[in-house]
Design a protein around this ligand. Structure first.
Ligand code: GAF
Length: 379
């Protein structure tokens, strides 16, 4: 495609060590980009307003009139159309192009193939037309694309992790100030293992947005009752307990999960720095409990996998990862026990649900990158 004039970009999925459903609640998160990615080949096609996108992994060919971008009723196309729409608000430098997309990421598995798709596409167009957008602009426009064209009112974590990832490091992101630190993520002799339940979720179904709304409702009540500035950073568990009878029971549960998870990430940061992995793993289990009982984004398959992990001494921590309702668990497990655990988990899972389990080890990797003659090139 396009011969020497085509560019190749890779854009990774992400994991999250801890800090789930708090990115849109002014919390802290600890994600990393992963090796598994989506690849984009892109070149100019000499037209002023026609883009053609072919994909392996997402179905179909998308023909786009760049002068008339509008969302489709549903589908993967909206991630791309949303990105073009947002980029056109920032620049008039985009003309016709052809793009081939190949995904090596499992879709709907909680490793954020959607952010990889948005960010990689934005990065590719930015490079091709030399638009001069920086990484943060790509992160933010991709998040807006998801809000405005896909309809998921996601936080910033996934796009941030996909674009800012660095090999060997997790990133502690303050989702309020957007300041972040790279945190070394070498857990030797432990490794990160993802177990894909192969139960798929669809964040756009509304359950995600509903939780976001419930948190906003709870916060606005607490703001008016206590006169605090409108941020979950200012909410304490005492305030919540004191307001329990005035809050809807579900809203109370959502908010108490958020306050507890924000505190857990702060503890997790210290434990990681001190290499106290056992205690870190215990926090992962606590996060899972909260996501399952109070935030209600787990499902029986994921609870089963986490319960299984809890019974293994070699697994220090395990929990649902990402938006929820299916997808992967993330497990911190001793490297010598990986194969045995996968075999045991797969057999038990198949017996219980009749579903195959996929497992893959993963390591923190670089963010969205232009590949040139076998070398990676940053923005
Ligand atoms: C999804 C969202 F896209 C993220 O912003 C984040 O809220 C996550 O769910 C839950 O932590 O992946």
């Amino acid at each position: 495609m396009g011969g020497e004039n085509s560019l190749t970009i890779v854009s990774p999925g992400r994991i999250n060590l801890i800090g789930e459903h708090v990115d849109y609640n002014d919390g802290f998160v600890l994600p990393a980009a992963i090796e598994q990615h989506i690849q984009f080949k892109i070149c100019k096609n000499g037209t002023s307003n026609k883009a053609i996108v072919r994909s392996k992994g997402f179905e179909g060919v998308l023909e786009i009139n760049l002068k008339a971008i509008t969302p489709r009723p549903a589908g993967w196309e909206n991630y791309l159309l949303g990105v073009i729409n947002e980029m056109q608000q920032l620049t008039d430098g985009i003309s016709g192009f052809d793009c081939e997309i190949q995904s090596f990421l499992p879709v709907g598995s909680g490793v954020s193939s959607s952010a990889a798709l948005e960010c990689g596409f934005a990065y590719a167009i930015n490079e091709l037309f030399d638009l001069g957008l920086d990484r943060w602009q790509i992160v933010k426009l991709s998040q807006r694309a998801e809000h405005n064209y896909v309809g998921t009112k996601c936080g910033i974590m996934d796009q941030f992790a996909s674009v800012m990832g660095k090999k060997g490091f997790a990133m502690l992101l303050d989702c309020k100030s957007l300041e972040f630190d790279y945190v070394p993520a070498n857990f030797d002799p432990y490794v990160l293992l993802l177990l894909n339940s192969n139960v798929t979720h669809d964040l756009a179904t509304g359950a995600y947005n509903k939780r976001r709304q419930q948190c906003e409702d709870g916060l606005s009540f607490l703001v008016s009752k206590y006169g605090i500035a409108p941020s979950f950073r200012n909410v304490t568990l005492d305030m919540l307990t004191d307001s329990k009878s005035q809050l809807d029971a579900t809203v109370f549960n959502r908010c108490s999960y958020v306050v507890e998870e924000i505190a857990r990430v702060q503890m997790a940061k210290t434990l990681l720095k001190e290499n106290k992995l056992k205690a870190f793993g215990e926090l992962m289990y606590k996060t899972h409990e909260g996501l399952s009982d109070k935030y209600e984004v787990s499902c029986k398959e994921l609870d089963f996998l986490v319960d299984l992990a809890k019974r293994e001494n070699a697994v220090l921590g395990s929990r649902i990862m990402g938006g929820g309702f299916g997808g992967c668990t993330i497990n911190l497990i001793h490297k010598d026990s990986v194969n045995l655990f996968i075999a045991k988990a797969a057999a038990a899972y198949k017996k219980e649900f009749g579903i195959e389990l996929n497992a893959f080890e993963t390591q923190p990797s670089n963010g969205t990158t232009l590949i040139k003659e076998n070398h990676e090139v940053g923005l």
